[in-house]
Ligand binder design. Structure first.
Ligand SMILES: [Fe+2]
Length: 185
């Protein structure tokens, strides 16, 4: 139907695109209730949260092997530390709950705040009392290279180690190692 034949009250902005999506495009990724198990322990599935330490866990949102980045929600309870590390790529963070800071900076990331961390940045993330729960959405490009206080490499994490971590955890909690595949693009 030509546009000039449309009823006067038809909103042209709400007509969907008429053609197929581009060939080779990867699938959309839509996850309901990413924070559900945190906000309401009776809702959602707490097994989706992968423990890093006793006080630090993350919930994968996307693990992107074709571009080398991962997106997750990190949760720290009872105060905690994410070990000193260097980034090879940019990091974008949005604080959803609580407050944290880096030992290497004098600013504080607070609920509702956004942080950009440039490639090369070395830092140690700390959640201090009285904060009992911190939740932050992170988009991490490249690798996190764990270092000692002199900058010597002691380990690393990237999208591939994240996937391995998820596979081990999801197997152990009964979801099956393949559960992580829904987050891979
Ligand atoms: Fe970091």
């Amino acid at each position: 139907m030509a546009a000039d034949k449309l009823p006067a009250d038809r909103d042209l902005r709400k007509i969907p695109y008429r053609h197929p999506q581009p060939a080779g495009m990867v699938a959309d990724l839509v996850l309901p209730g990413v924070l559900q198990a945190v906000r309401d322990p009776s809702g959602g599935d707490p097994r989706l949260w992968v423990p890093l330490t006793d006080t630090v866990s993350f919930r994968p949102v996307q693990v992107n092997v074709s571009q080398g980045f991962y997106v997750h929600v990190m949760r720290v309870i009872r105060g905690g530390v994410l070990s000193r590390h260097r980034h090879t790529g940019a990091v974008h963070a949005l604080v959803l709950k609580g407050r944290w800071h880096y030992l290497e900076h004098d600013w504080v990331a607070e609920e509702g705040g956004f942080v950009y961390e440039p490639p090369g940045e070395v830092h140690t993330l700390v959640v201090d009392p009285p904060v009992t729960e911190m939740i932050t959405f992170f988009n991490v490009n490249g690798a996190m290279v764990y270092v000692d206080e002199q900058g010597n490499t002691v380990g690393y994490e990237d999208v591939h180690t994240k996937i391995d971590m998820c596979r081990r955890h999801y197997e152990a909690v009964g979801l099956g190692a393949d559960y992580v595949e829904r987050f891979i693009r």
